[in-house]
Write a protein that binds this ligand. Sequence first.
Ligand SMILES: *Cc1c(COP(=O)(O)O)cnc(C)c1O
Length: 382
Amino acid sequence: MTENSSNRFYEKLGVRRLINGASWRTVLGGSIMPPAVVQAMDEASRWFVDLNELNLKAGEVIARVTGAEAGLVTAGSAAGMLLEAAACMTGADPARVRRLPDTTGMKNEIVIQRQHRVTYDRSFVAAGARLVEVGVNGPVQEWELHDAIGDRTAAVAIIVAASKAGALPFSKVIEIAHSRDVPVIVDAAAMLPPVENLTRFVSLGADMVSFSGGKGVLGPQSTGILCGRADLMEAAYMNAAPNSDSIGRAAKVCKEEIAGLVTALEMFVDADHDAEMAGWRAKCGHVVSALAGIPGVRAELDDAEPELDEYQRTSPGVRVSLDGAWTGPSPQEIVDSLAEGDPSIRVYEPDHRGVITISPVNLQDGDEEILASRFRRVLTAE
Ligand SMILES: *Cc1c(COP(=O)(O)O)cnc(C)c1O
C-alpha cells in the first residue's frame, strides 16, 4: 500500500488513481510491471544498440519459451495480428512488403468463424486483408469452412478467448486449413496465464501465434509476443519496425520495451502460478464475504474451470447478481458510483442479465479491502 499512497507525477497532472477490478484492459492501464521489469528497461535505456540485432536475440528467447521456430517482440497482440496478416500475404517478397496495404496480386482473404469475430480483428484488415466470415447461426459446419477457403485465401484466423461456443474446435480448423495448404494465424492475446498456453497453440499446429505482453505476462503495456514458422516469421520481420518501408513501422517497439518484455516473459515462465491463483482466490473470497448478508444481493466466487473449456478460463472472479427482492440502485448505477469516487473503482460493466463481475488479477494488495467496503456501502447506502 505504501508505494501506492502517493504519486507525484499523476498528482501534478490531477489524474486520480484507480482500483482495477476489471482485469487487464488497456483503457485502465493494462497491468503493473514488477520492479525487475522496470529495472531492465532502465538499464536498456543507457546504451545504443542495433535494433535488428536486439530483435533477433529477443526473438530467440521467444522461440525457446514457445517452442516455435522463431519469435518477435511486437507492439501488442493487435500489432501481432497486423504482422500475421501481412506476413501471410507478402511472404518474403520485398516488392509486396513495400506495396501493403495495397494487396494487388496477392492472396488477401482471411477466413474467420463468426464466433471468433472481435473488435481487434480489424488489425488484420489494417494490413490490407479482407475478412471472409464463416457460419450463420448455430454451430459452424466443417463444409462451411472448406467452402470459404479458395484461391485467394491467405490464412485462416483463430481468436482464442474464453468462450467460443459453436465454433469448430481448434484442431479441426488446423486440420482443414492445412489440408488446403493454408496457414493458421492465432490471436491468443489474453490467454496467459495459464503458462502452458505459451507452447500449446504452436504444438497444436498453429503457424503463427500472437499474445499480449502487457496483460498476464506483466511486461510493458505496449508490447506483445509473436511466434511461429520460420518462413512466416521472416516475412513478419520484413513487415515490421524498424524497417521504414513496412506497414508495421507505425507499431514500433523501442529497445527499453523489448528489454522489459523479455525480462517479464522469463519471469512469467518461472513464476509460481499456483500461488498466484491462490492469491486471486483469496482476494475474491474477501469480496464475497464482505458482500454477504445483504438482502437481494448474491455474491459468489466464479472459479476458473479449465475442464469446462478447451481454451481454459484464465482466472477466477466474483459474480454479483441482484434478485427480484432488490430495490436499490440498478447494476449500471452501482458501477457508475464505484467509478465516481477517489480512488475510482472499476469493475466489469453489467452483462445482459445485470450481473456485475469483479476480476482480482489487477487488485494490488489491500485494494480488495477498499473495493469490498466501498461496494458494500454503495449497496447498503450506509
Ligand atoms: C487484449 C486483446 C487484444 C489486443 O491486445 P494488445 O496487446 O492490447 O494489443 C487482441 N485480442 C484479444 C482477444 C484481446 O483480448
